[in-house]
Ligand binder design. Structure first.
Ligand SMILES: Nc1ncnc2c1ncn2[C@@H]1O[C@H](COP(=O)(O)OP(=O)(O)OP(=O)(O)O)[C@@H](O)[C@H]1O
Length: 219
């Protein structure tokens, strides 16, 4: 469902990706590991269509991503890809419920009532239903992360990209979040590509790939 071929990316004279190949099947959970500075976040941004490589191809659902113009690409991204980042980027002036609703409201502004219902269901499923009307600053780190996961799920994306999702969680909340990813995969057949330094998570994953010297080792 996602296939990257010979991705290359440099920042000035620093060549970060030197020909990365990756093929991810639907419902698979792939962990990307590698030393600090290896290029994991760079790769995740490219796979998430947020950045472009200097060379190489990316197809998602047989769509050739880098041949799409910006508007259709933005719509495709909003529909197909969910993002969970370590510093969750929740909007501080909005409640948890509003934060979760926003990606769906962008797609479908007329559907506000149904979206609020779905957002409430997701927050409840993630164990933070009773915090729905609080702003991010009034939530714990774990609750904020769960809210960010709910937001990533609101448009039922096929692919969820996560960059150090448990990086700022204590071990109990980290384990719960990891279990949740597997539960979602089992229930909804979602595909996860997760950059992580967490050993436990990378061992739980279906596949662990390592970025080293600009290429993928250990498929
Ligand atoms: N916008 C940028 N401009 C210049 N250099 C960059 C930029 N983004 C990343 N880099 C450099 O590219 C290299 C790869 O960065 P990247 O964030 O992808 O690594 P990473 O594997 O995710 O690291 P970490 O595990 O520390 O988060 C690093 O040396 C970084 O300093």
């Amino acid at each position: 469902m996602l296939k990257a071929t010979q991705l290359e990316k440099s920042y000035g004279r620093l060549k970060v990706l030197k020909g990365v190949d990756l093929d991810v099947r639907r419902g698979e959970i792939v962990a990307i590991v590698g030393a600090s500075g290896a290029g994991k976040s760079t790769l995740l941004h490219i796979l998430g269509t947020l950045d472009t490589p200097d060379k190489g191809q990316l197809t998602i659902h047989d769509q050739n991503i880098f041949s799409m113009s910006s508007r259709p690409l933005a719509a495709f991204r909003n529909k197909s890809i969910g993002f969970v980042f370590q510093f969750h980027n929740l909007l501080p002036e909005f409640s948890a419920l509003e934060n979760v609703s926003i990606p769906a409201l962008i797609r479908n502004p007329a559907d506000e009532a149904a979206i609020k219902t779905r957002a409430t269901e997701l927050l409840t499923m993630l164990g933070v239903g009773d915090r729905a009307h609080h702003k991010p600053s009034e939530l714990s780190g774990g609750e904020q992360q769960r809210t960010a996961v709910a937001r990533a799920l609101i448009n039922a994306p096929d692919i969820i990209l996560a960059d150090e999702p448990s990086g700022n969680l204590d071990s109990k909340n980290a384990l719960e979040l990891h279990k949740l990813f597997f539960q979602l995969r089992d229930q909804m057949r979602q595909t996860f590509i997760i950059v992580t330094h967490n050993e436990e998570l990378s061992k739980m994953a279906d596949r662990r790939i390592e970025l080293k010297d600009g290429v993928v080792v250990g498929h």
